[in-house]
Design a protein around this ligand. Structure first.
Ligand SMILES: C[S@@+](CC[C@H](N)C(=O)[O-])C[C@H]1O[C@@H](n2cnc3c(N)ncnc32)[C@H](O)[C@@H]1O
Length: 208
């Protein structure tokens, strides 16, 4: 089993993964900042988790860092756990089956900090996670947000259309909020047919 095998499986089964262009940006962010504690929101198949761990391995030993990933869907959680086990990376990942909102709240209460947060869960929730993410980032910490442009308004059904529209509106609110936050310095990059935001926390307190 290789990481490429996971990618093939996700393509055949319509499971979303980070695209190649966004991965290049995330890889460079990892290499440039060498975070020691990483939080991923949205494990999916475990594809990006495996890519992150393989990348981290190029700048430090995996037992010197902490990598935590949260997934809400039990089937995806099982799938990702199996994939990381098959790649021999399971022991280097703290895998959590839960709603990211609840876990973020817990980390805030515990004052747990992460050098890098990779935000790749429910796109409509990014705006709700922002206040908590700001609290778990130390000064200099990085928030990497995938899929800022939510492409593909629903082609089928009014309900689906409404749901997509809500996600798109929430993503616009999120983008505005990060760009005007005095706590963050953000840059938006094109990544394939989408955009990512790479933000660095530069102030301890302040309005979002
Ligand atoms: C885009 S996929 C993640 C892709 C993965 N990071 C990769 O690149 O391989 C988003 C994942 O977030 C999960 N998700 C959605 N809402 C969530 C929540 N509230 N808490 C945790 N995970 C959530 C979905 O089930 C889905 O598997």
């Amino acid at each position: 089993m290789t990481i490429q095998d996971i990618l093939e499986f996700t393509k055949q089964n319509n499971i979303p993964t980070i695209n190649d262009e966004a991965w290049e940006l995330l890889k460079n962010t990892l290499l440039n900042n060498q975070p020691k504690s990483i939080l991923e929101i949205g494990t999916g198949s475990g594809y990006s988790a495996a890519k992150i761990l393989e990348c981290v391995r190029t700048y430090t030993y995996l037992d010197k860092i902490s990598f935590t990933t949260i997934e809400i869907d039990p089937d995806r959680f099982e799938l990702s756990m199996g994939n990381l086990k098959a790649l021999g990376l399971y022991q280097n990942a703290e895998m959590i089956l839960d709603d990211a909102a609840a876990i973020l709240g817990q980390y805030v209460l515990e004052n747990r900090l992460f050098d890098l947060v990779f935000l790749d869960g429910a796109k409509g929730q990014y705006i709700n996670y922002l206040p908590q993410i700001l609290k778990i980032l130390p000064i200099g910490g990085i928030m990497f947000c995938d899929n800022l442009s939510f492409h593909g308004l629903a082609k089928s059904g009014k309900d689906a259309y409404h749901k997509m529209r809500t996600i798109a509106v929430n993503l616009q609110k999120f983008q505005k909020a990060i760009l005007k936050s005095p706590q963050l310095k953000c840059k938006i990059f094109e990544a394939g047919n989408d955009h990512v935001a790479i933000c660095q926390k530069n102030l301890k307190n302040g309005k979002i």
